[in-house]
Design a protein around this ligand. Structure first.
Ligand code: AP5
Ligand code: MG
Length: 190
């Protein structure tokens, strides 16, 4: 089973690119952001706990997302692997993922990192705000907090996976098709 991580700052295009990757490589897409938004929409206790954190652009506690991922791994769908989008997002989550996979006799296959500059993050999210109506896209201060949180808490995992020889970065600027081509060229190696 393959366990690929789609990494990148907010608005880099993870969700956009995941759609074709799951089809092309027969993967199960696990987006912790999307899972949390459906918990909020369903009004579950977990959703209620996560709502105010997400809407302020802060991370939810590590154990919440780790539990969500562990239960999806356990249900073992008939796929060639998993595509993790938005997880892990802290060093603690990366370590928890390694421990979860070790128990299954597995390991992270590769980290595919979509990189764009901060100015482009703000532009893409402002555009999406007019289309999708996500609460955490609604105000520039919330978007800035997500960008700051990314730099402080998430970016350090680049070093974690680089040290393990698993980190692969691609240029996330250009058209959706151009970025998809760069991702395919990389994915075909694993
Ligand atoms: P999450 O849903 O993961 O949000 P995010 O990381 O901020 O990323 P986005 O979904 O905003 O961006 P994306 O990279 O998917 O870009 P997209 O493809 O949509 O997380 C939300 C929140 O949940 C977090 O802030 C946190 O509170 C919580 N959370 C989630 N996971 C967590 C975890 N592990 N731990 C703790 N808390 C967690 O593209 C963006 C826009 O750009 C779209 O409009 C798209 O059409 C457009 N676009 C994409 N590619 C291109 C291109 N090449 N050219 C032009 N436009 C493009
Ligand atoms: Mg997304």
């Amino acid at each position: 089973m393959k366990y690929s991580i789609l990494f990148g700052p907010p608005g880099a295009g993870k969700g956009t690119q995941a759609a074709s990757m799951v089809e092309n490589y027969n993967l199960c897409h696990l987006s912790t952001g999307a899972l949390l938004r459906s918990e909020i929409a369903a009004g579950t206790p977990l959703g209620l706990k996560a709502k105010s954190l997400i809407e302020a652009g802060n991370l939810v506690p590590d154990e919440v997302v780790e539990g969500m991922i562990a239960s999806r791994f356990a249900s073992a769908p008939a796929v060639a692997g998993f595509l993790l989008d938005g997880f892990p997002r802290t060093i603690a989550q990366a370590q928890a993922l390694d421990a979860m996979l070790k128990e299954r006799g597995e390991e992270v296959t590769a980290v595919v990192s979509i990189m764009i500059p901060d100015e482009m993050i703000a532009q893409r999210i402002a555009h999406r705000a007019t289309i999708e109506g996500r609460a955490d896209d609604a105000a520039p201060e919330i978007v800035q907090n997500r960008i700051d949180t990314y730099h402080q808490k998430t970016e350090p995992i680049i070093g974690y996976y680089s040290a393990a020889g698993k980190y692969h970065e691609i240029d996330g600027t250009g058209t959706i098709e151009e970025v998809a081509g760069r991702i395919s060229a990389l994915m075909n190696k694993f």
